[in-house]
Design a protein around this ligand. Structure first.
Ligand SMILES: NC(=O)c1ccc[n+]([C@@H]2O[C@H](COP(=O)([O-])OP(=O)(O)OC[C@H]3O[C@@H](n4cnc5c(N)ncnc54)[C@H](OP(=O)(O)O)[C@@H]3O)[C@@H](O)[C@H]2O)c1
Length: 313
């Protein structure tokens, strides 16, 4: 018996109302895993609707209950599983936890060592926890899927959000010219992240103001996604993360949808940007672990800039 811990768990699939902070067995690291003592975790819009939050498959699968949410962790390695040679006990690490495993809304979580990276030395655990899921989504979207190069024009939809606030900074750091859509009240905030132009999504039509864009990164979906094809240059690419885009028939554009993957090398790229002063994770608020249900409820109904973070210890 490895002891007990405090954890936030859902005993059946549902919304924030199903989550309870309670005693739970402390997990035991399997082969290739490490046990992480969680210092901070963060939550993502839509997470409680994903199959993988409650099952052992990305798209359906058998139930995995009770389930611990929150896939972004920053903490300290407490114990090494068999076969782990590249991390050490006491090391500060961060990462995106694979979606079909229990998350970090708990005092301890087991994570495959291969997906963890050393925590950026210049950030505290709370800011670090705001980075892995949103940052890897932005990095993989802009670099791995869109192949952004210096001088290109990038349009980021939802520039003040968890993913968007990092995507604006990363696109700027890659040398692209950045336009973002956001609420009017977030315009100065998003300009401060590196956007050359910010378009109020409620008051203006972005398609009247931008054209010949090389890459659209869409974190919004719906009508915003549907209206985005017309602003792309021929050969341009639309990367959607909120919902799969379908390019209009015959259009000379590329449509990409992907689900972010845990990725140590990607985290190391993010860390390098952080240490170079080019990337600052945006934290809207920090809540204690027992307020995890309110954190998920706030994602559904409150305006935010960046991420909501859970302070665990
Ligand atoms: N596929 C993947 O791997 C992946 C990874 C991460 C996230 N996601 C998904 O991507 C979406 C975004 O995630 P997130 O964590 O960045 O969410 P978020 O923090 O809620 O950010 C969304 C942003 O979009 C803004 N927005 C809303 N309507 C808009 C519109 N019509 N035009 C422009 N901006 C608008 C919101 O601003 P206001 O608050 O002012 O409305 C908010 O700042 C979610 O659906 C999430 O589940 C997918």
């Amino acid at each position: 018996m490895n002891g007990t811990m405090r954890a936030v768990r859902g005993h059946r699939r549902g919304g924030p109302e199903e989550l309870v902070c309670e005693g739970a067995p402390k997990p035991v690291p399997g082969h290739g895993d490490v046990l992480v003592e969680v210092r901070a975790a963060s939550v993502t819009a839509g997470e409680l609707d994903w199959d993988a939050t409650w099952t052992d498959g990305l798209d359906g699968g058998g139930p995995r209950l009770p389930a611990v949410p929150s896939k972004e962790v920053s903490g300290v390695v407490a114990e090494l599983g068999h076969g782990v040679t590249d991390l050490r006990t006491g090391q500060a690490v961060y990462g995106l936890i694979p979606f079909t495993r229990d998350g970090a809304a708990a005092e301890y979580v087991t994570v495959p060592a291969a997906v963890l990276a050393a925590k950026p030395g210049s950030l505290d655990h709370e800011r670090t926890a705001a980075l892995p899921l949103a940052g890897l989504t932005a990095w993989q979207g802009l670099v791995d899927h869109a192949g952004v190069v210096p001088g290109q024009r990038v349009l980021v939809h939802g520039g003040a959000g968890g993913v968007g606030s990092l995507a604006v900074q990363i696109a700027d750091a890659l040398g692209a010219g950045v336009t973002a859509t956001a609420s009017a009240r977030d315009a100065d905030f998003v300009r401060g992240l590196g956007a050359d132009t910010v378009i109020d999504h409620a008051g203006r039509r972005f398609e009247d103001e931008v054209e010949d864009v090389d890459v659209v990164l869409d974190t919004v979906g719906g009508d915003t996604l549907a209206r985005s094809w017309q602003v792309l240059r021929p050969g341009g690419v639309l990367v959607g993360v909120a919902e799969p885009p379908t390019a209009p028939e015959g259009a000379d554009v590329r449509a990409v949808f992907f689900v972010v993957e845990p990725d140590r090398a990607g985290l190391e790229e993010l860390t390098a940007l952080v240490e170079a002063g080019r990337l600052v994770p945006q934290v809207d608020r920090i809540l204690p672990l027992e307020d995890t249900p309110s954190a998920y409820a706030a994602l559904e109904r409150e305006h935010r800039r960046g991420k909501i973070v859970l302070r665990v210890s």
